[in-house]
Design a binder for this molecule. Sequence first.
Ligand SMILES: [Zn+2]
Length: 205
Amino acid sequence: MSNILSYNLNEFIKMAASFHGSPAPGVLIGGFMVDYAYKHLPKGGEYDVICETSKCLPDAVQLLTPCSIGNQWLKIVDVGRYALTFYEKHTGRGIRVYLDWKLLEKFPQIKGWYLKLIPKKEQDADSLLREIMEAGSDICSLEEITVIIDPVNKRKNSSITICPSCEEAYRSEDGAICPGCQGGALPYSREKNLRHTSVDFNLSA
Ligand SMILES: [Zn+2]
């Protein structure tokens, strides 16, 4: 049975269950994708990751690499493709690993899951897991890529100011009021403010 980096499969399934809530097929396949990428990356480099879906796959990256959403070494560009790009953070040189539907003929359960050909309630979880373990990274393809590193668009450590509308702190470069108050950004409406203190803001201090 193949490993995922330094973990055996049972260990990784437990890690996925604990972190993700369940050992979802997408996280397990993601584990093999990360392992496959690491086999092709020069050792000792500093790599950032772009994940092309927000579903399942980012958690495989966060479980197995130093890259997380919070440290921003993992970025999600949700174009809905099952793909990971690992690139050297200074040069942008790297590789992209993707789940390749053309390689799924031998794996009908994975194909049915990935292309949503089999409704979820009709999926056979055990057969799917068996196929995922059998396939490993054989269902992935690889390409060389270069990420465009744009220093201009790297967010500067901009100054912080207080929004005159909500009175919360935000990046001053985002406008005269915070993006939350500019509208459209957040999917909630405020019902009741339970703010417990009221202070005068003195930004010149
Ligand atoms: Zn505001």
